[in-house]
Ligand binder design. Structure first.
Ligand code: F6P
Length: 336
């Protein structure tokens, strides 16, 4: 078999570990040829590829970013580097000309939807869920998430020092797109007093009351973790908006930190390295068994796969009955 592999959408720690898992298994165990496709689906449109060898895989396991590069190219949308052509048809033609038997797509929700549509058109596709947001329906976790939570938790730990030193409220805005998974997991791991998620509505008055209650209890500072996707006044970023509103509501000095792309950098955690390795290997096993049109998934402790058609652009969001939300509330965390 001659398999193609591409990485698409936002980068995150663990992509290279996944590439290594797919390719080392393919080359060493199954004797497949592997062709790396550069810059996501853009590389399929422009036939921008490289042959992957054992040599190209060394040093990848703990390396952030993606050795293949990425893009947000969507062949089913008009924009992008190649215009004026039928991009899906061009991809099908290029896959044939490159002699590829199948494509492994490593990506998030957008990539999964593109992969499903290409599979519907008859291309042999296997996708591996990738995103720090952990919002991909059908898998309990995606690699990248644990690393982002680890980075955000370290940042929150550091904010406790300056908050207590200055008796301030420190607001930290974390990524997550439209879901609140990073804010929930890092907020709880970092001991936040307030955690705001897109999935749970909030009131500045309730947040202010919770912070002032802490003051009354002799705790003159608070940590507020905010998901970037919460509703605001539409003009300011979430962290800036919430910080200003809290300072106005409580009269307590409040500062914000936007953690941003730091959450997508650096070396993957051991959990993400092993999840990436396991998912990458499973993708190659699906190919060897001729099982295409599927997304690799983690269900409990098991690596499995589901039909790409089932994912249908569904988002996995935090629910109020999630045990971290329930437990947080019981411990006095304010969710807005
Ligand atoms: O999907 C990962 C992510 O980092 C989101 O959390 C964030 O909202 C988005 O990508 C940022 O997109 P871009 O990298 O295109 O600025």
């Amino acid at each position: 078999m001659r398999i193609g592999i591409l990485t698409s959408g936002g980068d995150c720690p663990g992509i290279n570990a996944t590439i290594r898992g797919v390719c080392k298994t393919a080359i060493h165990h199954y004797g497949f040829e592997v062709i790396g496709i550069h810059s996501g689906f853009q590389g399929l449109l422009t036939k921008d590829t490289e042959e992957i060898t054992r040599h190209s895989l060394s040093g990848l396991l703990n390396l952030g970013g993606t050795m293949l590069g990425t893009s947000r190219e969507n062949p089913f949308k008009r924009n992008g580097v190649v215009s004026g052509v039928n991009k899906p048809a061009l991809i099908e033609r290029n896959v044939k000309e490159l002699g590829l038997d199948c494509i492994v797509c490593i990506g998030g929700n957008g990539t999964t939807q593109t992969a499903a549509r290409l599979a519907e058109r008859g291309l042999n596709i296997v996708s591996v869920p990738k995103t720090i947001d952990n919002d991909i329906w059908g898998t309990d976790f995606s690699f990248g998430f644990d690393s982002a939570v680890s980075i955000a938790t370290d940042a929150i730990d550091r904010l406790h020092c300056t908050a207590s030193a200055h008796k301030r409220v420190m607001v930290i805005e974390v990524m997550g797109h439209k879901a609140g998974w990073i804010a929930l997991y890092a907020g709880m791991a970092g001991g936040s007093d307030v955690i705001l998620l897109p999935e749970i509505s909030y009131s500045i008055h309730r947040i202010g009351s919770a912070i002032l209650e802490r003051l009354k209890q002799g705790k003159p500072y608070s940590i507020v973790t905010v998901a970037e996707g919460i509703p605001t006044d539409g003009r300011k970023r979430a962290g800036e908006y919430i910080a200003q509103e809290i300072e106005y509501e409580t009269g307590i000095e409040t500062r914000e930190t936007v953690l941003g792309y730091i959450q997508r950098g650096g070396s993957p955690t051991p959990f993400d390295r092993n999840l990436a390795t396991r998912m990458g290997g499973h993708a190659t096993e699906l190919i060897a068994n001729g099982q295409f049109g599927r997304m690799v998934a983690l269900r409990g402790n098991d690596i499995t796969s589901i039909p790409l058609a089932e994912t249908g652009g569904k988002l996995k969001v935090v629910t109020e009955d999630h045990d971290l939300v329930v437990q947080g509330r019981r411990m006095g965390v304010c969710f807005g």
